[in-house]
Design a protein around this ligand. Structure first.
Ligand code: WTA
Length: 571
């Protein structure tokens, strides 16, 4: 098989031709598919849910197909519309107003989605958090966003430092057997009493909808702020790239704490009116195959880290399931290994379509459309209406095959509109009219983009973006640790693993048990995915004269590479 190019197949897809779409492309045309184009009344919750609930042909279609080990449930568009009216009524009753931040810290469940749309319906801004976050991670995000309401469960409440968050006025508890104190709002009681009718708060397309916290190489996680206007691109990429047709059963495996779990786990499928599978519980290759089989999933959007585990699980396992409904598979989050594409052609007879984008970009930008020839190892080409290029550090475009900064011409519909309370940080993304991604890449003569790596110190472990600063800060809170430097170390299964270099305070002796204790300290204080898999004790951590940790040098040492310019190294 020639693995340098995999041709498009007819039959299974809407083979929208990319070149024809690009011809005279205008986002105005896409806008005509939204009801606000005619009514002037905007709210993404209306477009995604209520619009279908008002349509006699669609209202009884299953919107959400929920499956967890202990619970299974189908929710129609009409039911989800009513449930989110109820949650909106609860929020309104407790004084939530347009622009307020309401955070969600709870497992994926039907209640999560009813709450999510209720937040949008009152015009507030939703902030979904990973269920795996521990106290420090929760605190940083609630503090920075100045969230006034948090929706959580009794199990997770212990990780919320309630007394240290002055802005947090209300906590809604979902699934509480009994309330710990009477200043909590009991979701289960309130929802029974709440009306399922609600006057949705119409907003401006530039009003806030969502904040996702994500990591950079320096400082605490940043709040990436998205507005309702992003729905235009969620909808369009859903149609073109995910190839939604009305009768599709779609499964996006991402958690809504991650942007993929909102843009493509919530907006894209429901704006396109398809049935959306939401799966709770842990990942195993068996349980995921079972989900694909049981629900006759037709479209599957997942990540290389999971796909690599399927490859390791072997060809025999997949034969035990009937996956004949599956017609389209997509991937995001990390480089998609060509071997995984070969594997999928062998076991599913399907191509895997890589997509590239970021929390900051809000939606897909560089993709493989079903109609395109795939070049394994390449992320594909920009969607219509988006201009991508490789630029130098001054924002000048570079010719094909030259490595540089992957950049996007500013102004696509789903672009972040701010870094929460940090205009300087926001501005720093843009050079000479380009959004500069922080990824290095090159473009070939045919306009395909090839990912090379991150240009900053951001770590991508199993598809999760981790900032080294956050991990270093937690490490030095441990009494034994004096200094810490954290890097991503290449790993065949996880992409990268987190490796920490530390120096010990006087009086502490290196031992396996101490290292394990430090690892656990990060795991239980911050989150499991941020805990270093490897910790190495050093006599000193290399720093610049201005005191910045030289992670690049640590990485070169680790990988046995030349150390490059060390002129700024402290004596
Ligand atoms: C990386 C994810 C290679 C990249 C939606 C980017 C990828 C970062 C790909 C954003 C891909 C994402 N190939 N690398 N197809 N997709 N990345 O914000 O380094 O969690 O900058 O958003 O993931 O990660 P984030």
């Amino acid at each position: 098989m020639d693995m340098t190019k995999v041709q498009a197949r007819s039959g299974k897809h809407n083979l929208a031709d990319l070149e024809a779409m690009r011809e005279g492309f205008d986002w105005e045309e896409v806008k005509k598919d939204f009801s606000w184009y005619k009514t002037g009344k905007v709210n993404a919750a209306y477009e995604a849910i209520d619009r279908h609930a008002e349509n006699p042909d669609k209202k009884n279609q299953v919107a959400l197909l929920y499956s967890a080990p202990e619970r299974e449930e189908s929710v129609t568009f009409e039911q989800l519309s009513k449930q989110s009216n109820q949650t909106a009524n609860i929020f309104k009753k407790y004084g939530i107003q347009k622009g307020d931040r309401v955070f969600l810290f709870m497992p994926r469940s039907p209640e999560f989605y009813a709450n999510f749309f209720g937040i949008l319906k009152v015009g507030a801004i939703a902030g979904p958090l990973f269920e795996a976050f521990m106290e420090q991670a929760v605190r940083d995000r609630l503090e920075d966003s100045e969230a006034t309401m948090l929706i959580t469960t009794p199990e997770l409440l212990g990780r919320v430092p309630v007394d240290e968050l002055p802005h947090l006025q209300q906590i809604v508890l979902v699934g509480a057997e009994e309330l710990p104190e009477d200043d909590y709002i009991d979701f289960d009681t309130e929802i029974k009493e709440a009306s399922d009718e609600f006057d949705i708060e119409w907003v401006d397309r530039e009003d806030g909808m969502l904040i996702h916290y994500t990591s950079g190489s320096t400082g605490k996680p940043k709040g990436v702020y998205h507005v309702h206007n992003a729905m235009i691109q969620h909808y369009a990429t859903g149609k073109w790239v995910i190839d939604f047709k009305e009768d599709d059963v779609y499964w996006c495996t991402a958690d809504p704490g991650w942007v993929t779990g909102t843009s493509y786990g919530i907006f894209a499928p429901w704006l396109n009116g398809v049935t959306n599978v939401i799966r709770g519980g842990r990942f195993t290759p068996e349980s995921w195959y079972e989900t694909l089989d049981k629900f006759n999933v037709t479209i599957w959007y997942t990540a290389p880290t999971a796909l690599r585990k399927f490859v390791s699980a072997g060809d025999e396992l997949v034969k035990q399931y009937d996956l004949s409904s599956l017609r389209h598979v997509l991937s995001v989050g990390e480089p998609l290994n060509p071997e995984v594409i070969t594997w999928a052609l062998r076991v599913f007879d399907l191509r895997i379509h890589d997509t590239w984008w970021m929390t900051e970009t809000g939606a897909m930008l560089i993709v493989n459309l079903p109609s395109m020839e795939i070049r394994p190892g390449s992320m594909g080409r920009p969607i219509p209406g988006v201009e991508a290029a490789i630029v130098d550090n001054e924002g000048n475009e570079l010719p094909p095959n030259q490595m540089g900064n992957l950049a996007i011409k500013k102004g696509w519909p789903s672009m972040m509109r701010a870094i929460w309370k940090n205009p300087g940080k926001y501005e720093s993304y843009f050079i000479n009219g380009w959004y500069v991604s922080g990824d290095s890449a090159y473009m070939d003569e045919d306009g395909y983009f090839w990912f090379q790596g991150r240009l900053d110190d951001v770590i991508n472990t199993s598809g999760e973006r981790v900032g080294p600063f956050e991990v270093e800060s937690k490490l030095i809170e441990h009494e034994a640790v004096a200094e810490a430097g954290v890097i991503g170390k290449p790993d065949p299964e996880r992409g990268e693993i987190i490796k920490a270099f530390i120096t010990l305070n006087p009086g502490y002796e290196a031992s396996d048990s101490l290292l394990e204790e430090i690892r656990q300290f990060v795991k239980t204080g911050l989150s499991a995915h941020a805990a270093p898999r490897e910790i190495e004790i050093k006599d000193s951590i290399p720093k610049t004269r201005s005191g910045k940790i030289m992670r690049r040098l640590l990485k070169s040492w680790e990988l046995g590479l030349p150390t490059g310019d060390t002129s700024t190294l402290e004596e």
